[in-house]
Design a binder for this molecule. Structure first.
Ligand code: THU
Length: 128
């Protein structure tokens, strides 16, 4: 699947973001080893720490459907800046991706960057 196609799915998903506190909507789409796409959005909570990022929502949907390998993830943000995944999301992506997993990040103007997970999270924590 083309990066732009995955990105389009993240942009579409962003419409369902629940962000009444930050007003910053995020959509994500993960492409799995089984060649399926799972989308996710940020889901905020009045107790702010209970908020879940779009990337983790998408990854958790994939894993709960039995898909444990992530090939690529697209992230679409609602602002001018490029929405790089936060630190916790990078660690979660590292659990199911690898150094070569593509991370496609797009702002709301259509500008996007493609990085690898290895670039965004070198030396990820591993137990052994
Ligand atoms: N957010 C994401 O969905 N993904 C990230 O990688 C960083 C931040 C969300 C969380 C919160 O709902 C909003 O963006 C502002 O932080």
């Amino acid at each position: 699947m083309e990066d732009t196609e995955l990105l389009q799915m993240a942009i579409e998903a962003k419409k369902n973001a629940y962000a009444p506190y930050s007003h910053y909507q995020v959509g994500a789409a993960v492409l799995t080893g089984g060649k399926h796409v799972y989308t996710g959005v940020n889901v905020e909570n009045v107790s702010f720490g209970a908020t879940n990022c779009a990337e983790r929502t998408a990854v958790f949907k994939a894993v709960s459907e039995g898909e444990k390998k992530i090939i690529a993830v697209a992230v679409a943000g609602s602002g001018d800046t490029i929405p790089y995944p936060c630190g916790i999301c990078r660690q979660v992506l590292a659990e199911f991706g690898d150094q070569g997993t593509r991370v496609i990040c797009s702002n709301s103007n259509g500008s996007y960057e493609v990085h690898t997970l290895g670039e965004l999270l070198p030396h990820a924590f591993k137990l052994r």
